[in-house]
Design a protein around this ligand. Structure first.
Ligand code: ADP
Ligand code: ASP
Ligand code: MG
Length: 481
């Protein structure tokens, strides 16, 4: 018997067929005597639709948010029609869905009147995706005779009020999970919990960022002392690159917490970047598996750095970023310019994805998402106004249409010449590198290239990963878990 926390992503719960798979998986684990806590995402596409409804409402477009509401209804109704026999149980879940969709409409109407979708209202609006999916899935499982109970995560996950990207308040969350969840597990009930959102101490809904259901599941796994966290998704595991970027992508049998942290931060959407945070110190293994191919063992993510043939394990890319360069001869030896620049960027709401400084100290560059680049430029120029007036700084330039490529692998630490190999490969392929940075953990190297070179760069570097991943798959018998 093991205690497992499982999370099923949007595609895994995206249709009646998919939900059938989820039911079969949960049933199998329960039959083995496991104690499960299950976290679910919204049905695929629903979070995007709900965000669109917020925008439509803010723009005063009533017809559009009503149409979106109808589309969301239809997606859930199709599951109900196909998986819940008509009768009292079906009527009950239809009433719950109705009630939630009515609340969604009322909230949209409030946004329309206000003329603005604040991050706070937007978080409340998108939470309907998980509220709906978790209730429908619970009803399906009940109809299948599984001992389940739906739960909303705003009662379990306490966060700060950083809407759209909230962070947990750990102690309060631990206490809520101990009180609200542990007792149910002991009573033989499998909770079906909403992912994505939590609430401030006063109960206002917050979300933990796009893809945040992974993070919620990890928090729950940590405070339930789970033996394993399983993230069920639509690919066989963590792969050498996004299979949508290069079809040759292969599943990695094992990656360390640190490696997955870098991968996720630099764009591998397969896990939310903060997923390992709650489990890392507890040494809870995380397994990424495919809902649609459950016989595949998946990828194990754990603490140990396992001996690996593979130096570069994976390649990721982030699109839609801009590079800002602050340059000027007068910067040499003037302390604090970088610090003030980054503070000004943060005040403009931008997190910095990568920083690089020229060795002469006459310039440094950093990257932010495209959407914020002009705001950040204005904020930095205003902060450095004096230096610019005195010609100590020449300019703050923005370069758009660039991408960040990152190669990840902890084997780089002890292997000289990896960077050399990477950059000569790019040089041979005439791919121009605009800036370079190495993660302090030495398990990643990031660099900036032009957007048009993205596919070619990934393909070339990916070949380096593919050279050895085969050997690791064969050696997986040596996996530490
Ligand atoms: P879920 O809805 O299950 O959370 P996501 O769409 O958020 O699923 O994440 C899974 C997707 O992540 C995959 O379909 C794949 O296209 C993408 N992806 C990007 N990089 C990687 C990678 N290195 N390994 C596996 N999948 C990746
Ligand atoms: N439904 C949310 C999203 O699409 C959270 C998640 O799926 O993890 O971002
Ligand atoms: Mg996801």
């Amino acid at each position: 018997m093991a205690r497992r926390t499982m999370k099923f992503g949007g595609t895994s719960v995206g249709s009646a067929e998919a939900i059938k798979q989820v039911v079969a998986i949960v049933r199998d684990f329960l039959a083995d005597g496991d104690e499960l806590a299950v976290v679910v995402s919204a049905m695929s596409g629903v979070t995007d639709l709900l965000l669109e409804s917020a925008q439509a409402a803010a723009a005063g477009n009533k017809d559009e948010f009503i149409a979106i509401n109808a589309t969301v209804r239809q997606k859930h109704q199709a599951v109900i029609d196909s998986l819940i026999p008509s009768g009292a149980a079906r009527a009950a879940i239809e009433a719950e869905v109705n009630e939630l969709l009515q609340q969604h409409l009322e909230l949209c109407e409030a946004v329309r009147v206000l003329g603005e979708a604040t991050p706070r209202i937007s978080d409340a609006l998108v939470s309907f995706g998980e509220r709906l999916s978790s209730r429908v899935i619970t009803a399906v499982m009940e109809a299948e005779g599984l001992p389940v109970q739906q739960m909303d995560s705003n009662h379990l996950i306490v966060t700060d009020n950083q809407f759209q990207d909230a962070d947990p308040l750990w102690d309060e969350t631990e206490a809520r999970i101990a009180k609200g969840l542990r007792s149910r597990l002991g009573a033989g009930v499998t909770p079906i919990i909403t992912g994505f959102f939590g609430a401030t101490p006063d109960g206002t809904i917050t979300t933990l960022g796009r893809g945040g259901s992974d993070f919620i599941a990890a928090i729950i796994a940590a405070y339930l002392d789970s033996d394993e966290l399983v993230v069920w998704t639509d690919v066989d595991g963590v792969m050498t690159t996004d299979p949508r970027l290069d079809a040759r992508a292969r599943v990695l049998p094992y990656v360390s917490y640190q490696e997955i942290g870098e991968l996720a931060f630099y764009g591998a959407k397969v896990l939310h970047p903060k997923t390992v945070q709650p489990i890392i110190n507890r040494d809870i293994p995380l397994r990424v598996r495919n809902t649609f191919n459950p016989s595949h063992i998946g990828t194990v993510v754990g603490a140990k750095t396992q001996p690996s043939e593979t130096v570069i394990k994976a390649v990721t890319g982030i699109r839609d970023v801009s590079m800002l360069t602050v340059s000027g001869r007068g910067m040499l030896g003037v302390p604090g310019i970088a610090g003030r620049t980054f503070l000004a960027s943060a005040k403009a709401g931008a997190s910095i994805l990568m920083i690089s400084q020229s060795s002469s100290e006459q310039s440094f560059c950093f990257t932010v998402v495209d959407a914020l680049a002009q705001n950040v430029k204005a904020a930095v120029e205003s902060e450095l106004q004096r230096e610019i007036q005195h010609n100590n700084i020449d300019s703050v330039d923005v370069l758009s249409d660039i991408v960040i490529i990152t190669v990840v692998g902890s084997g780089m630490r002890g292997t000289p010449g990896v960077a050399g190999r990477v950059f000569s490969l790019l040089g041979e392929n005439r791919i121009n590198v605009l800036a370079i940075a190495q993660g302090s953990s030495e398990c990643s190297i990031s660099f900036i290239i032009e957007q048009r070179d993205l596919e070619r760069a990934v393909a070339e570097l990916h070949t380096l990963a593919l050279e050895t991943v085969e050997k690791d798959s064969i050696n997986r018998i040596g996996s530490p878990y």
